[in-house]
Design a protein around this ligand. Structure first.
Ligand code: HEM
Length: 505
């Protein structure tokens, strides 16, 4: 009897809370969206492929939709018009970040660029990356370093081809990108292709990506924060700390080397890499970098720059192997350009390779590495199209759904690089139909280096080799499933055997 009374009380309470939630929602000025359940909100509707489920919900509620994820108000936008409204018209108001517990646990948000909530810290770090790392001049000056790393990639693939061994395209390209970035920043290689030892750096960056992409319930139910129920904060912070320690050591070593080889003007340059440039800045007092600040910036660059770039190459190769006619067109464009001197592709060639450029755009359209960009947050209440986006609401821009919208792209499910050949459209932030790097004040600062690395890596792989699938699998049988995380990875890695192409290495 007591149990019956308790259950009656509990179900009345839940019904009351539910009625209150619905009533509250009807009277709020939030954009339309599905009714949230008490406490959990709409979490169950999101599932493990949120970009899919939110695309389906947007068909019903429109491209400006609101949800509750636990206690977090979440706004989902999924059209170029809405992206313009948020990141152009109201750019400043929506430039905050939703800082997760894992990031907070090591105070990363206090020094980070990616997780900076805005203000002076964001402006200073963005200016430094723009002027001292990714300007056209800095990138031109460091081109030879990247060329050398691509050359090493080709040597490795060539060796696999001699041994008829399959290449794990995603992991191999990840190593290349990691080495390009670490030679650019520290003048060091951080990973080898075939080695099982000395992979500490690669393993930590890779693991961090995995943890950063997990949905942590404590982010949506503040009451769970002290318990870390999935262990994400505890395990993620181990890798965060390890990487920060590695960076600290490298910075310390460099400071010592500079001290012992200091030149007359008091500013010493030993390697002429990003670390040297930033230490020079620090020395001239032009920047307020502490050593801690430098380590956190490097952490951002490696975590934001590696997976995003390597998974784009993996998806592009997957689509090309599935579409051999497109692979042939791309290769013939490369062979034609390079036929007189039988050389490797260089960055200056990119401008003369419209089909290769279209392949990258088409890959971004179908497989944007960050399907929701990096979640933004409203820094105050903002009225948009008659609705209110409340302060601290999380903003998800579903670029994955935009890329597959038949109202924007004819035959959206097909891989057709040709659609971009006659089109001016690029991904630098002015064309809201295609914004894989975001747009506005939080657009990816690494866009220019990513652009160069992508074309160089993919171009070299298809220029120099034919590819067939491991175990004679048919291209149409390839698993195209995605795995949702901080980047949209291929669930089953692409394993392909390189066959020496028509040109000699
Ligand atoms: C295919 C390659 C890449 C893609 C698709 C990509 C995409 C993105 C996206 C969508 C954002 C968030 C934009 C927003 O908040 O609206 C972002 C931010 C960022 N990216 Fe990239 N990225 C790539 C490569 C790189 C590289 C190579 C680096 C640096 C080495 C880099 C560094 C950063 C940083 C530091 C941020 C944070 C900027 C901020 O919060 O203000 N990214 N990227």
């Amino acid at each position: 009897m007591e149990y019956a009374a308790f259950f009656l009380f509990l179900s009345s309470l839940l019904t009351f809370i539910y009625a209150l939630t619905i009533f509250g929602r009807r009277n709020s000025r939030l954009p339309p969206g599905p009714y949230p359940f008490p406490i959990i909100g709409n979490l169950l509707q999101v599932g493990n492929k949120p970009h899919h489920s939110l695309a389906i919900l947007s068909k019903r509620y429109g491209p400006f939709m609101s949800l509750m994820l636990g206690s977090k108000t979440t706004i989902v936008i999924s059209s170029p018009d809405m992206a313009k409204e948020f990141f152009h018209t109201n750019d400043q108001s929506f430039s905050g970040r939703f800082i997760t517990e894992a990031i907070r646990s090591v105070d990363h948000h206090k020094f980070s660029l990616v997780w900076s909530p805005g203000g002076d810290q964001l402006r200073r770090l963005r200016r430094i990356t723009k002027e001292y790392m990714f300007s056209v001049r800095c990138l031109d000056d460091s081109e030879l370093r990247r060329r050398e790393k691509v050359r090493e990639l080709l040597d490795h693939v060539n060796q696999c081809s001699v041994e008829a061994r399959a290449v794990n395209i995603g992991s191999t390209t990840f190593t290349t990108i990691l080495n390009i970035l670490s030679t650019f920043i520290f003048s060091l290689d951080s990973s080898q292709y075939d080695s099982v030892s000395s992979q500490e750096f690669k393993d930590n960056v890779w693991a961090l990506m995995e943890y950063a992409g997990m949905v942590n319930l404590a982010d949506f139910f503040p009451i769970l924060k002290p318990f870390d129920p999935q262990g994400i904060v505890r395990r993620g912070s181990v890798h965060l700390k390890k990487l920060l320690t590695i960076f600290d050591k490298l910075i310390d070593q460099r400071i010592q080397t500079r001290l012992s080889s200091s030149s007359n003007d008091g500013i010493s340059s030993t390697k002429n890499d990003v670390l040297d440039l930033l230490l020079n800045l620090k020395q001239k007092d032009e920047s307020e970098f502490s050593q801690i600040g430098l380590g956190h910036l490097f952490l951002d660059l490696f975590v934001a720059g590696t997976h995003s770039t390597s998974s784009t190459v993996e998806w592009a190769m997957t689509e090309l192997i599935r579409n051999p006619d497109k692979m042939a067109t791309a290769r013939s464009e490369l062979v034609k350009l390079m036929q007189h001197d039988n050389r490797n592709i260089e960055e200056r060639d990119i401008i003369q390779l419209p089909y290769l450029r279209s392949i990258i755009k088409e890959t971004f359209r179908l497989h944007p590495p960050a399907p929701f960009l990096v979640p933004h947050e409203a820094i105050h209440d903002v009225e948009v199209r008659g609705f209110v986006v409340p302060k601290n609401a999380q903003i998800l821009c579903n670029v994955w759904a935009m890329g597959r919208d038949p109202n924007i792209w004819p035959a959206p499910e097909m891989f057709m690089p040709e659609r971009f050949l006659e089109d001016e459209i690029n991904y630098k932030g002015q064309y809201f139909d295609l914004i894989p790097f975001g747009t506005g004040r939080r657009i990816c600062p690494g866009l220019n280096i990513a652009h160069r690395m992508l074309h160089m890596t993919l171009g070299s792989l298809i220029h120099k080799f034919d590819w067939k699938l491991e175990g004679d699998m048919r291209a149409q049988d390839m698993d195209m499933e995605e795995k949702f995380g901080i980047t949209l990875q291929k669930k089953v890695p692409l394993m392909a055997i390189p066959i020496k192409g028509c040109l000699r290495l």
